[in-house]
Design a protein around this ligand. Structure first.
Ligand code: ADE
Length: 223
């Protein structure tokens, strides 16, 4: 079973997304298990403080090291072989390749921050820093959820057809998926390409490959 722990100030953020669609299926089938750890529970003062002002001045507040590090250590105590990932816009970019790597690890701990970021000394306690993209979210929670979704759908037995995950965009050499069509054959004057109706499987496969390559090249030029 794949075990995910989420370190967060907002465990309730995950309730609804994890109780529908693919994550729900993975959890109900005992293919995945998710535990949230409330970082605030590891604060030791009576106000349950988890943030503080940055030394040197400047706007915003930072996540304090003591409760966050204690929460990370609790996650490691619960599962000694877990891989701890800090979600931060300054981390390495999350990719399909990373999702495939995480599936193999069997246990992931996702650390979500709020406020302006983490005290730098927290970074020494994690195995990796990960970013969803070059934009700033109000917290790591939406990023953690994206990571879990991308990983869960790759777990054996979660998707309806075992080929779907493998055939996905990006999986093979980072190439984008080809265009897909379903019924009706003509929608608002736009027809399904003839080749897809031809029944010639070799031709269809060649067309899909070319289309995927065209898309990948267009996307590269835009990036
Ligand atoms: N926290 C805030 N912004 C983020 C991002 N882009 N990726 C991961 N975690 C974040």
């Amino acid at each position: 079973m794949f075990y995910a722990q989420i370190l967060t100030l907002f465990p309730e953020f995950f309730d609804s997304p994890l109780s529908c669609s693919i994550p729900k299926r993975a959890i109900e089938a005992d293919i995945a298990k998710v535990d949230c750890i409330q970082i605030r529970d590891f604060s030791t003062d009576k106000h349950r403080t988890v943030d503080d002002k940055p030394y040197g001045g400047g706007p915003g507040m930072l996540m304090k090291p003591e409760p966050v590090v204690a929460a990370i250590r609790e996650a490691r105590r619960r599962d000694t072989k877990t891989h701890v990932v800090m979600l931060t816009p300054s981390g390495h970019r999350f990719t399909q390749q990373k999702a495939l790597e995480y599936v193999e690890k069997d246990s992931l701990t996702l650390l979500c921050g709020r406020y302006e970021g983490f005290d730098e000394r927290i970074c020494d306690e994690v195995d990796e820093q990960l970013s969803l993209g070059d934009y700033v979210l109000s917290g790591g929670e939406p990023a953690a959820l994206s990571v879990l979704d991308a990983v869960f759908r790759l777990l054996p037995g979660v998707l309806g057809s075992p080929e779907s995950a493998v055939l996905d965009s990006f999986t093979e050499e980072g190439i984008l998926d080809w265009p897909h069509y379903t019924r009706p054959e003509i929608f608002e004057g736009k027809s399904v390409p003839d080749v897809l109706l031809s029944g010639d499987h070799a031709k269809i496969e060649a067309w899909r490959k070319t289309q995927a390559e065209i898309r990948s090249n267009v996307r590269k030029k835009k990036a």
